[in-house]
Design a protein. Structure first.
Length: 292
């Protein structure tokens, strides 16, 4: 059995997390239209009859405007030093911008196979796809260029077959029933954060954090308590909403995903905590396994 470690890099919203979820056939990375949704290195362990592939989803590479952005970029760059193959994922439906060229310039110093994944091709006709392939081919000598729609199994299965050609190890890295590096508490926290970002649009910044405080199993039911952490009182009011309507919606939508994950009835209690000072918030998140 061949194996290898694959790093997923790209600009924010290129579809890295969506691609990982489709490959894994389960939701291990949250998705939203906000930049910097992915803030930790999330791994998916894909295993079939022929191979085992460790996929490392990374934060989107971008021009940082604050400390968190710098940390996220550093995490993404560090990943390229630890993997066997790099998947550079781009939104093929968008024009090539300065951010894409910045990443390509960075890749020129990487001595590893780089596979370009042209995502979101369902929005394009064949001529445009061929034009995109031609443009990117002139910018960098990619080992492969693979057009995909990250939401569709067929094109993703083709990508998997391409990746398999570059696997060089001949031993398993993880047990077959292990599918990710993150804990259950982390997954639940991320599901909740996804709903906060989804429902509050631009009102609440990406820096919102969710912490799963407790998980208690009682027969066929599971009781979960979680805290949504913000740094300003006005954000707390937005998340709670008028008469508690917003936090109720967040809880209902998050609970559906958690029940699908656990296969049991879930009772979810959500709280909102304001940690205003940078040092206080940084310490609070570090104590709970997050960085910022």
């Amino acid at each position: 059995m061949r194996s290898g470690v694959i790093g997923l890099i790209g600009r924010p919203n290129a579809g890295k997390s969506t691609l990982l979820n489709t490959i894994m056939q389960r939701k291990i990375a949250i998705v939203s239209n906000k930049a910097q949704t992915t803030r930790n290195i999330i791994m998916g362990f894909y295993t079939d009859e022929d191979c085992q592939i460790v996929f490392m989803d990374t934060p989107g590479i971008h021009k940082p405007k604050h400390k968190l952005g710098k940390i996220l970029n550093k995490e993404a760059y560090n990943t390229t030093n630890e993997v066997d193959v790099i998947l550079y994922i781009v939104d093929a439906s968008s024009e090539i911008g300065g951010g894409d060229k910045f990443i390509i310039d960075y890749l020129k110093d990487i001595k590893k196979p780089v596979i370009l994944v042209l995502n979101k091709i369902d929005k394009l006709d064949n001529k445009v796809i061929l034009d995109k392939i031609s443009i990117y081919s002139k910018l960098y000598n990619f080992s492969e260029i693979v057009p995909v729609c990250a939401l569709k199994d067929k094109s993703v299965n083709y990508l998997l077959n391409v990746i398999k050609k570059y696997l060089t190890s001949d031993f398993k890295l993880f047990e077959d029933d292990t599918y990710t590096n993150v804990s259950l508490k982390f997954l639940i926290s991320e599901y909740i954060r996804e709903k906060v970002l989804m429902l509050t649009y631009e009102e609440v910044p990406h820096s919102v954090t969710c912490i799963t405080d407790s998980i208690e199993s009682n027969n066929n039911n599971i009781s979960i308590s979680a805290t949504i952490v913000v740094d300003r009182d006005n954000l707390k009011k937005i998340i709670i909403g008028k008469n508690g309507e917003m936090i109720k919606k967040i809880g209902i939508m998050a609970r559906r995903d958690i029940e699908a994950l656990l296969g049991k009835k879930v009772y979810l209690d959500l709280f909102v905590k304001v940690v205003s000072k940078w040092k206080d918030k940084s310490s609070f998140l570090k104590e709970n396994g997050f960085y910022e």
